[in-house]
Design a binder for this molecule. Structure first.
Ligand code: MLT
Length: 263
């Protein structure tokens, strides 16, 4: 990992390999380590750029709300700081996908292709926004453990929860290490994120839409509608996975990404 200075704060980033740049953007409330199986596979032939977003992992915390556009701006500045001038394959999971729509809207010339994993385009409903407000209060009172307790069983499929306990525990530890203000700032940003559905028909780069077959956060039916609205989309359901398809079933995920990249 290296530490990269952006105007006002520092981001930690794993930067491995050479060739076509693949930018991997993690979900909430995780960090770069959720992409380990993809780094191992793709850094042999591509440049894998895998940051901890502001407020997560070992990156600096930035006072909230941290909106999707703020995260997207960080990523553009990160690429500049790394000297990466080629358009990237933007691979975002969930929160990473929300940021991906903003990144494409603001920096279309920097996107060679998109990979939208287990994500959504709609804004929070009033009920979801109220639940985020309650979680912001709780995390400030009780610490990161309440986020881990609320989310872990929703992130993984029932079979992963049973059969991959070490992986589940590894992600729980990542959440517990996340700074409270980093969690709160991202929750505030997600609570007010705009509906990005209208961007889908403007996407003119090849796009792979992937979802775990048992994802309850961004369910396959909803993601299928996203894929249907994108002209150049490829659709992939990852079996035996919940919301964290690249972690839960890296073999199928990596095969689908390899095939997509080869085209
Ligand atoms: C994520 O995985 O990034 C979160 O589930 C996104 C969200 O809470 O909306």
């Amino acid at each position: 990992m290296k530490s990269v200075a952006l105007p006002g704060h520092r981001l930690q980033v794993l930067d491995r390999g050479a060739g076509t740049p693949l930018l991997f953007v993690h979900g909430f409330p995780l960090d770069h380590s959720m992409w380990q199986a993809q780094v191992d596979c793709f850094s042999q032939r591509c440049r894998t750029i895998v940051p901890d977003l502001r407020g997560f992992g070992k990156s600096d915390v930035h006072p909230g709300p941290n909106g999707m556009e703020d995260f997207a701006d960080d990523l553009a500045q990160l690429l500049d700081a790394l000297g990466e001038t080629q358009p990237v394959v933007f691979i975002g999971l969930s929160l990473g996908g929300y940021i991906g729509w903003q990144f494409f809207q603001k920096y279309p010339e920097r996107v060679l292709a998109l990979v939208a994993c287990d994500t959504r385009t709609v804004a929070d409903s009033p009920e979801a926004a109220a639940a985020r407000s309650a979680m912001i209060d709780r995390v400030r009172r009780e610490g990161a453990s309440c986020v881990a307790d609320a989310m872990i069983s929703r992130l993984f499929s029932p079979s992963s929860l049973q059969q991959q306990p070490e992986l589940v525990e590894q992600m729980r530890q990542v959440i517990l290490r996340t700074p409270v203000e980093g969690l709160a700032a991202a929750l505030e940003g997600m609570r007010t994120r705009p509906d990005m559905t209208r961007i889908l028909e403007k996407i003119d780069v090849p796009t792979l839409v992937m979802v775990g077959e048992h994802d309850v956060v961004s369910p396959p039916d909803e993601m299928r509608q996203i894929a249907d609205k994108i002209y150049h989309s490829v659709w992939c359901v990852v079996p035996h996975s919940g919301h964290l398809s690249p972690l839960e079933n890296p073999t199928v995920f990596n095969d689908a990404l390899t095939e997509f990249l080869s085209k």
